[in-house]
Design a protein around this ligand. Structure first.
Ligand SMILES: [Zn+2]
Length: 441
């Protein structure tokens, strides 16, 4: 019997076309090359990543352009022209920068792109999000090799600074004449890995509100009990905020809400006390005390009622308190509507994505609100549909963590998924419903 298995195995081994084996190896090798370029903030090697991306475009016979909306912060744009260039185009978006890594805490150097015996590719950016940028390119490589012709133009954008807010890259790009001329109809951006067998699509994201509350009060002797000291007033607020935080966390723990659907509040600093040469003055109650919170607000939250809660419960004037925002990204667009991309049958791009993933043998989870921020917000707030999607199933979420990795089989599977999506998107002809061509009516 064992001989039979061995025999079958050998037959199988030699019937896998060597071209597929070698093309997979080459795809992994190109992914490694991109990962090996150290594009960690705050000093990404943009020149190297730009050269690499341009060489990829050249190898695919695609035109590329580099834009610097801010000097030395390059955004690389690659174009695959459609046969019906009047139809709104597809934008496949990714960022080239990555967060820093503490080298000594990694099992393998974070910019070596080491593949271990189990097939895991270790590198900063292997999940966030050089994988996606390269998968787009690999999918295009395969579609071109098959002789596929897109109806709609397909653009790939590689932006420089998502990890520090995207203000010099995606934000300026989305507001530019260059972008306007692309006539983009749909944007794909990053999602998150999924520990189970489903891919996670994201249709919106929470808005960061970086809140600082401040209490003031009469200073006093450390031994005296009196009303309205700054510290006491700040602590009352912190207690109230903690109760709110617990109520939101309970919804997640009870399985009633996903992480992206609740308002998260986390205290990030406390600032109070009167410094002395040896630490703090211990017999003086200070006249000012401050605390900072990272608040994340889902698009489904009523921003006015949250702000009222802040003004009335978290920083009430009646307790000599005030508040301000270090950052407050709007939850609603200019017309007062939540900034979301429809994830149902009313949005053809959503249906196309669902079908394309299924066709390629992938399983799509239910649409979610991204718990943090991505560059997709700059496109959504223009009213464009944008879906966050990184095809990484059966993968622990390791973005920004030590030992970030992606298994090579998941990476290769992701290329097939994008092949299917890009084919569906670029072939989609809505018969002029969105200002496109009417040739086929
Ligand atoms: Zn990212």
């Amino acid at each position: 019997m064992e001989f039979l298995y061995l025999y079958l195995y050998l037959i199988l081994l030699f019937t896998i076309p060597s071209s597929i084996q070698s093309s997979s190896e080459e795809a992994i090798s190109r992914f490694q090359q991109y990962l090996q370029i150290n594009t960690a903030q705050p000093t990404p090697r943009y020149q190297e990543s730009t050269n690499f991306l341009i060489s990829q475009a050249n190898s695919l016979s695609l035109d590329s352009q580099t834009f610097e909306f801010v000097t030395a912060k390059p955004l690389v744009l690659i174009k695959w022209p459609g046969t019906k260039p009047d139809l709104p185009s597809i934008l496949l978006y990714s960022h080239t920068d990555v967060v820093p890594a503490e080298f000594e805490k990694w099992a393998h150097h974070p910019f070596s792109a080491h593949v271990d015996d189990g097939g895991r590719i270790y590198a900063r950016g292997s999940q966030d999000m050089k994988c996606v940028g390269m998968q787009y390119l690999e999918a295009l490589r395969r579609l071109k090799a098959e002789g596929f012709q897109p109806l709609r133009s397909v653009y790939l954008a590689f932006a420089p600074d998502e990890e520090i807010g995207g203000h010099d890259g995606a934000e300026k790009f989305a507001e530019s004449q260059v972008f306007e001329k692309l006539n983009v109809g749909i944007v794909l951006d990053e999602g998150l890995a999924s520990p189970d067998g489903h891919y996670r699509p994201f249709y919106a994201e929470r808005s960061p509100w970086w809140l600082v509350i401040k209490a003031t009060g009469a200073p006093g002797h450390g031994a005296k009990l009196y009303h309205n000291s700054a510290m006491e007033n700040l602590l009352k607020s912190i207690e109230s905020i903690r109760r709110f935080r617990a109520s939101q966390f309970d919804l997640i723990k009870a399985g009633l809400r996903e992480e992206g659907d609740v308002v998260s509040v986390n205290m990030v600093f406390l600032k109070a006390g009167t410094p002395s040469p040896t630490g703090f003055v211990m017999n003086l109650q200070p006249s000012e005390a401050e605390a900072g919170f990272d608040v994340r607000v889902p698009p489904t939250t009523d921003p006015e009622s949250l702000e009222r809660r802040i003004a009335e419960e978290w920083a009430p004037i009646s307790r000599n308190m005030s508040f301000s925002f270090k950052q407050k990204v709007p939850v609603h667009d200019n017309s007062g509507k939540p900034i979301i991309t429809k994830a149902d049958s009313s949005n053809p791009w959503w249906t196309l994505l669902q079908n394309a993933v299924q066709k390629a043998g992938g399983k799509l989870g239910k649409p979610e609100v991204f718990p943090a921020s991505t560059d997709a917000r700059y496109f959504r707030r223009r009213g464009l549909p944008a879906i966050g999607f990184s095809p990484m199933a059966n993968t622990p979420i390791l973005l920004h963590d030590h030992n970030e990795f992606l298994h090579k089989d998941e990476y290769l599977k992701g290329i097939e998924i994008y092949e299917s999506i890009i084919k569906a998107y670029a072939s989609f002809d809505d018969h002029g419903k969105h200002g496109g061509s009417r040739d086929e009516l």
